[in-house]
Design a protein around this ligand. Structure first.
Ligand SMILES: [Zn+2]
Ligand SMILES: [Zn+2]
Length: 271
């Protein structure tokens, strides 16, 4: 059985122009039986140079995904998800959002911003070492997992590594072992999970998020809930390296199952 993609962006995300039907067609072409669309919603994202706000027109999005589900109901299971930016200092606004919309099957909690600053831009790393910048990123994730309960899995845990000026060479797992232990223990205790995000592999990194040592620690601490996502913003990256990387690293780390989500509950599938 082909691994199912649970991290996909369409034209409802500010940074994608992909039609929902093109995602469904590509998933069918790849032989997937189930996918989950997870468009961006980042509250308080500072408008960038291209005018992106990363706010999802949620009502229109939900209607469009419902229509897609109906259209493909005999061929492909399509779940309704969202990639929700988490920031502990605006927890009230973020919790109000998920209190308002109960429709989601799956919510990826992600850190695209650190207290409003965007690690995508070089300015985030200026005036300090990359180690300090990354530590702040990871500590903000710890604050988020201690604050929020309204998500299914935490997305791309070490996302900021992708944008470090010296790339993945800037990251040494041993520098952040304690923080990751605290993050992962909290995620497990709260019944949440993490994802393998292969997006980094088509962005010139040699491993998928999270780093294999983080994945290993998650397993050692008793973590079981794990989804697989390509983070594709264009159809060609859907399912990227799932069968050639994700399956292998999960199996090598000792996982026997991966998850999809339905109505916010994990469904386990044998690897
Ligand atoms: Zn993301
Ligand atoms: Zn994403």
């Amino acid at each position: 059985m082909k691994l199912c993609d649970h991290h996909l962006h369409s034209e409802f995300s500010d940074d994608s122009e992909t039609k929902l039907t093109d995602i469904a067609e590509q998933a069918l072409y790849l032989g997937m039986s189930e996918i989950c669309i997870t468009d961006h919603h980042d509250i308080d994202y500072p408008k960038d140079e291209e005018g992106h706000t990363f706010l999802l027109d949620t009502s229109r999005y939900i209607s469009a995904v419902r229509k897609l589900q109906e259209q493909y109901k005999d061929k492909l299971t399509i779940r309704l998800g969202v990639e929700l930016g988490l920031m502990s200092h605006i927890a009230d606004k973020i919790i109000a959002y998920t209190d308002k919309y109960h429709d989601f099957d799956f919510i990826i909690g992600s850190s695209h911003l650190v207290y409003g600053k965007d690690p995508y831009y070089p300015a985030y790393y200026e005036g300090r070492s990359e180690k300090e910048a990354l530590l702040e990123y990871f500590e903000s994730i710890l604050a988020n997992v201690q604050t929020f309960d309204n998500y299914s899995i935490y997305g791309h845990l070490d996302y900021a590594v992708r944008y470090c000026p010296s790339g993945e060479a800037a990251f040494r797992f041993s520098d952040y072992g304690d923080v990751f232990e605290a993050i992962l223990k909290t995620i497990i205790e709260h019944g949440k999970g993490i994802e393998i995000n292969t997006g980094s592999l088509y962005k010139n990194m040699t491993y998928a998020h999270p780093h294999p040592e983080i994945l290993k620690l998650y397993k050692e601490l008793g973590g079981e809930i794990i989804t697989i996502g390509s983070d594709a913003h264009v159809p060609k990256y859907i399912g990227y390296d799932f069968e050639t990387y994700a399956r292998d690293i999960l199996t090598a780390t000792g996982f026997h199952y991966y998850c999809t989500f339905e109505q916010m509950k994990p469904v386990f599938h044998k690897l």
